[in-house]
Unconditional design. Structure first.
Length: 250
């Protein structure tokens, strides 16, 4: 991770990926948000023009790239998570536009800091009861966990609705970080964070016909949370079968 939003940071990133590539091999992928980003720093421009690298621009057709280190220039939170998730990525150096976009990634990876780079603030901790609800959610939704289907989106909304009504707050950043750390792909984690944010703003999606789950689920999550705290074993449901008792008319 380099210094926030500076040419010096980009130069440090170029040096880092060059050294890593010499050590582990592969082809460097330079990811940029737009074509003009390469021209903001002479060191980056020279690197792209003179070295054997693959350049990728956000929103454009992906170039052919097989495997190697990635230099991510000013990625958004979602773009960074997708690059980190890519199985072809063997090492990742991030040159952030602003450290706020790196909160979840930095919390999960504890990255090496180059020169004057500083870590972004740690995201808020997920309430243990909220964590148990998210374990339930993860076990009952369709995999991969992307919230792509209307039924999955409804069920996720319903679980967050029970938490919200019971006064167990959650932030989008905390939910996003938890989801990435527990096997959610970047796309699904982002959608879940957006859903969590909608409760913060007072505009959650409607639940036609009411919440399909029993509100007493909150007591079960509380009990599971207490059990996990005393045994150091993660509790919660892990399959759809185990949450049927929570369902009303689905």
């Amino acid at each position: 991770m380099t210094t926030e939003g500076t040419c010096q940071g980009l130069a440090e990133a170029v040096d880092w990926v060059t050294a890593v590539t010499r050590r582990i091999g592969g082809t460097v992928l330079v990811w940029v948000p737009n074509d003009s980003a390469v021209d903001t720093c002479a060191a980056l421009r020279e690197f792209v023009d003179t070295q054997r690298v693959v350049a990728a621009v956000a929103g454009e057709a992906a170039p052919e790239w097989h495997r190697g280190p990635v230099l991510a220039v000013w990625p958004s939170r979602a773009e960074l998570a997708e690059l980190a998730d890519d199985p072809r990525t063997t090492a990742l150096c991030v040159a952030p536009a602003r450290n706020a976009d790196l909160v979840a990634w930095a919390a999960l990876t504890d990255p090496e800091l180059l020169a004057d780079a500083v870590l972004p603030p740690t995201p808020p901790t997920t309430n243990p009861i909220v964590a148990q609800a998210l374990i339930t959610m993860s076990g009952m939704l369709t995999t991969p966990l992307t919230l792509a289907s209307p039924s999955d989106h409804r069920d996720a909304t319903a679980i967050l609705d029970i938490l919200h009504r019971a006064g167990h707050g959650f932030s989008a950043d905390a939910i996003y970080t938890w989801a990435l750390a527990h096997g959610w792909p970047a796309l699904g984690a982002g959608r879940l964070a957006e859903l969590a944010s909608s409760f913060d703003t007072g505009n959650p999606p409607p639940l036609p016909g009411g919440n399909p789950f029993h509100p007493g689920a909150i007591e079960l999550w509380q009990a599971r949370s207490a059990e996990a705290a005393h045994t150091s074993i993660r509790s919660g449901w892990t399959s759809r079968t185990e949450v049927r008792d929570l369902a009303g008319t689905r």
